[in-house]
Design a protein around this ligand. Sequence first.
Ligand code: CUA
Length: 321
Amino acid sequence: MTPAKLALAVAPLLAACNPDQSALHPAGEQAAGAATLFWAMAAGALIIWLVVMGFAIYAVVGRKRPRTERFADRFTLIGGVAFPTVVLAALLIFGLSLLPAWTEDEAPDLRVHVKAEQYWWRIAYETPDGGRVETANEVHLPVDATAEFVVDSPDVIHSFWIPALGGKMDAIPGRTNLIRLTATRTGVYRGVCAEFCGASHALMAFDVTVLDATAFASWLDAQQQPAAVTNVTGAALFVASGCGGCHAVRGTAAAGTIGPDLTHVAARKTIAAGTLPNTPDNLRAWLADPDAIKPDAHMPAYAPLPAGDLDALVAFLSELR
Ligand code: CUA
């Protein structure tokens, strides 16, 4: 294969690498450690492979000369016992040194509660005044601050993973797991569910936006505000159609807690947990038949509503910034 053909063959594989969701493009302290470990292991594996191949080639084409039994024993002991022991011990020590060093006594800069649901993420921020503010399918973080994620699940096992920031943490029903992540670079990254949890496992992603401290504070402040509703008929229709039974829009009569909090849904980049861009057309398609977009989603289809009502609900939701 010529180099040009090889490059052509490899191109699609590399094109699939999305830096927003790559553990090898770290934007956080913990991910940087994991990336260093990966590159150290990859380089070590390459060097050892080259040495072993060198011996293999020498064994086949080298000058045939009788060796003593003593030489063979030593060669086996050094190459087969001593060398792997030293290399694996060094790798173990290096790997252990990358494990998180915090204890629960050290307070994080920020605490975020993450509940993995089928198939979306309930996110609640602890606010400085001791309250909580809920959002869904999006995580905002201040740069250079350590956030502690308190992870659990009400249904099945999921796994909370932001590859660009650090390792995974399982979301297990009946158990609370903690993971701390420190973002070191502003930007937008992608988080995913990393544990097969049902038909729409691949359709529960979330945006992770890392902001500077001031921008983060104003984002959190905006999230705490109730919805600025000017479309009063839309709000009434939202409740009358039953949407308010599952969804909360703070500042209106809709106070459901089963589904995602929609108080600021129009400010989110995606709908249905990273499945579709947040546009009126997509929102309409989602309301009409969620199951067609996300199999096994718990939300019922609203296709039987009069078309005018669907449009009015989309108009109402689109103004909830
Ligand atoms: Cu949730 Cu996979």
